[in-house]
Design a protein around this ligand. Structure first.
Ligand code: PLP
Length: 440
């Protein structure tokens, strides 16, 4: 299906020209950054703004607590000093407290390691995980997932396997996971929770299944908490009080939590995150690591070999920012989730608009419970593949990414709410109405 003989918000000749220039025959294959470039070009030629829903960038101001602490650290001159590889002491202490306060897990300060974004956290941990045991040469993705992590494995030359969790929620997850773990080739498993792109959140039963099987088959779980505490169905904002951010750490000792500062604290530009390694895993000795790196403990290899080689630590001043954010959150002085409610409201209203004009939600429930409104939601339009839908929406000045790139087997799109403020909802509605009129 293609928009023809109708006037669209973005002139068809311009959209056609730009799409032709990029030579992507199926938009299902376009990366996020390619979609960004296509949309930039169309906007420039049309002089009209898109409703941009393709890239998961924070749409809010950076945490003030963090900004102030970072400026103060810079004034004190930390920029001239190399930071310690394992992170500055106040950050390690406050990160450990934060994990206790908001997840109710005990991780020692020693195992709380700053990384250059969670991006580096996953890269460095993948690298170690792939060297633990010669037989375990594969990393498993519980998809849909964040495409760049697979790119990291392509860079490393590591194998990965994946499955779309859509059909394997609840008890069904056990047999599916076990079918991979029992083959003996899986070193580690990764998923995000809440999930990018589907916004699915694993419940306690599912986390228990993952944790129990990880222990049974000696698999490490990389729990990517990039959207920390953003399951807005629950109030996870009170430190040291239930309910907590759900975590696999309740059910296994084989875990690394990746806590990004990008979305929870709108601090993406400073590229800081934390890899919080369980005490047991941090100190675990692997003969294979010793053979390759001269030292054999997981945490020691990660810090003194891998992070040293990759970036020699994490930006010094940004570590002070994160330390201050964690401290203020734990002391009850900074409710980081209050600012993020904006995403919940936008998600709620934007989903309603798409549904009103004939779209359907794809990932819509955690078992019986509707998904939280939040940063992302997933949509399809009857009779269209994800690539076709994205191509058509370009003419209506609406951008997103296809689920195909995320390991999902569903045909549709991921929409991100962060770049669309409420002032643009009327425009979104006008465009969606036109889209439905032209496609029904
Ligand atoms: C699931 C997931 N993991 C990791 C990241 C990267 O986080 P960071 O900005 O801390 O590198 C993102 C960013 O969008 C993400 O969505």
């Amino acid at each position: 299906m293609k928009t023809t003989n109708v006037t669209t918000p973005m002139p068809a000749a311009i959209v056609d020209g730009v799409l032709k220039k990029f030579q992507i025959s199926d938009l299902n294959e376009a990366t996020i950054r390619e979609v960004v470039s296509i949309v930039n070009d169309i906007e420039e030629e049309c002089g009209e703004k898109f409703i941009r829903m393709e890239m998961g960038v924070p749409g809010l101001k950076p945490s003030q607590v963090g900004t102030d602490a970072e400026i103060e650290a810079l004034r004190k001159g930390v920029a001239s000093d190399y930071p310690m590889l394992e992170g500055i002491k106040p950050l390690k202490k406050e990160a450990s407290r934060f994990v206790k306060a908001f997840i109710d897990l005990d991780v020692s300060p020693e195992g709380c390691i700053p990384t250059v974004g969670s991006m580096q956290g996953s890269y460095a941990n993948f690298l170690v995980a792939g060297q633990l045991d010669e037989k375990k040469d594969t990393i498993l993705f519980i998809d849909p997932g964040f495409p760049v992590q697979k790119q990291q494995l392509a860079v490393l030359g590591y194998n990965y396997e994946s499955f779309d969790v859509y059909e394997y929620r609840g008890k069904a997850l056990r047999a599916k996971l076990e079918s991979y773990f029992s083959q003996g080739h899986i070193s580690s498993v990764i998923y995000s929770n809440p999930n990018n792109p589907s916004w699915v959140c694993f419940n306690e039963e599912e986390l228990q299944i993952i944790g129990e099987l990880a222990t049974q088959y000696d698999v490490i779980v990389f729990e990517d908490l990039a959207y920390f505490a953003m399951d807005f169905r629950k109030d996870l904002s009170q430190p040291f009080e239930a309910p907590y951010q759900a975590s696999v750490g309740k059910y296994t000792d084989n875990y690394v939590l990746m806590i990004s500062s990008s979305k929870a604290f709108s601090y993406a530009g400073q590229r800081t995150g934390m890899a919080c390694i369980s005490d047991k895993l941090y100190h675990r000795f692997y003969p294979n690591l010793e053979k390759r790196f001269g030292v054999g403990k997981y945490g020691q290899v990660l810090v003194t070999r891998i992070l040293y080689a990759l970036s020699s630590g994490t930006c010094h001043s940004a570590q002070y920012a994160l330390a201050a954010i964690f401290k203020a959150a734990c002391d009850g002085d900074y409710n980081f989730l209050a600012d993020l409610e904006e995403y919940k409201e936008r998600g709620h209203l934007m989903k309603a608009l798409f549904l009103k004009y004939g779209f359907e939600l794809i990932y819509d429930k955690d078992m019986d419970e509707p998904l939280a409104d939040g940063f992302y939601f997933t949509i399809r339009y009857p009779g269209m593949t994800g690539g076709q839908l994205l191509g058509e929406l370009m003419y209506y000045g609406i951008s997103a990414i296809t689920l195909g790139k995320t390991g999902s087997h569903q045909e549709g799109l991921r929409a991100c709410v962060s770049q669309t403020s409420k002032e643009r909802f009327t425009e979104l509605e006008t465009r969606l109405r036109a889209f439905q009129e032209h496609h029904s």
